[in-house]
Ligand binder design. Structure first.
Ligand code: SF4
Length: 227
C-alpha cells in the first residue's frame, strides 16, 4: 500500500509537476543499485561478458544493429582471429565471418590444420557499422574492453589480425597491411601476425600466396610461444 506522502508525489509527477525533496528522501526513493551495470568487463567471466555485450549501448551502433556479434569458437582456443566488424549477414545471424569471406577464412584455417570450431573468431566491433563503413575511433574505443577481456580469458598462443582495421586497431598503427604483414608483432606479450582480410583476397587472389606465408609465420610463432 502506497504511503499518503508517496501517493501525493506520484500524483504530482503524473501531472508533470516537479517535486522538490530533501536529499535524504531522494536517496530513500532511489532504486537499489544494479550490480551488473557497473561491473567492468575486466572482471567478467565468459557468460557475464556475453550478456554485457548483448545488452551494450555504449556507442551509437547499438541503435542500428540487429544482433551483437560476440565472437565464436572454443574457449580453449590457441588461435584468436580478429577481424573488423560485422557485415550485413553477420549482423543478421549474430556470427562473425559468414558468407564467401567466411568460407575462405575456413579454408585458410584448414590449410594450417585448424577448424573454425577450434579457434576463436572475434571482431574489433561487436555491432555492425551502417553501410559497412569503417569503425569510428570512439566506437572502437568503447568496444575495446570487450575484446581485451576475451583475450585475457582465452590467453591464445597467437593472434591473427585480418585486414587493415583489425591490424591498425590492435597495433595502434596507421601503416597499411602491406607493411604490417610478414613480420612478428606482439600484443600484451602474445605474438600477433597481420594478414589480408579474406574479402580482399577474394578480390585479389594473387595475394593469397602472401596470406599463406603469414599463416605459416603465425603457425611457427604459436608453436614457439610459451606463456
Ligand atoms: S559496438 Fe561495442 S561498444 Fe558499441 S554498442 Fe556494440 S558492443 Fe557496445
Amino acid at each position: 500500500m502506497m504511503q499518503p506522502e508517496n501517493q501525493r508525489r506520484a500524483y504530482l509527477r503524473a501531472m508533470g509537476i516537479d517535486v522538490w525533496l530533501p536529499r535524504d528522501s531522494l536517496e530513500d526513493e532511489a532504486a537499489p543499485p544494479d550490480a551488473s551495470v557497473n561491473v567492468s568487463p575486466a572482471a567478467m567471466d565468459w557468460e557475464a561478458l556475453r550478456g554485457s555485450v548483448s545488452a551494450c549501448t555504449l556507442c551509437g551502433l547499438s541503435q542500428s544493429r540487429t544482433n551483437t556479434v560476440f565472437g565464436i569458437g572454443s574457449a580453449d582456443a590457441d588461435w584468436l582471429i580478429v577481424g573488423e566488424a560485422p557485415g550485413a549477414e553477420e549482423d543478421r545471424r549474430g556470427e562473425p565471418f559468414v558468407g564467401r569471406a567466411g568460407k575462405l577464412l575456413d579454408e585458410m584455417l584448414r590449410a594450417i590444420g585448424q577448424r573454425r570450431e577450434d579457434v576463436f573468431i572475434a571482431n574489433i566491433l561487436k555491432c555492425r557499422p551502417p553501410d559497412n563503413r569503417d569503425p569510428k575511433a570512439d566506437e572502437s574505443a568503447s568496444c575495446r574492453p570487450y575484446l581485451e577481456r576475451q583475450i585475457e580469458l582465452l590467453r591464445p598462443r597467437i593472434i591473427l589480425a585480418v585486414g587493415r582495421i583489425a591490424a591498425q586497431n590492435l597495433l595502434g598503427s596507421d601503416e597499411p597491411v602491406g607493411r604490417l604483414r610478414g613480420r612478428p608483432h606482439e600484443l600484451g606479450g602474445i605474438p600477433l601476425v597481420v594478414t589480408y582480410h579474406p574479402a580482399y583476397l577474394l578480390r585479389s587472389p594473387s595475394q593469397k600466396n602472401k596470406a599463406w606465408q603469414d599463416l605459416c609465420l603465425a603457425t611457427r610463432l604459436a608453436a614457439e610461444y610459451s606463456a
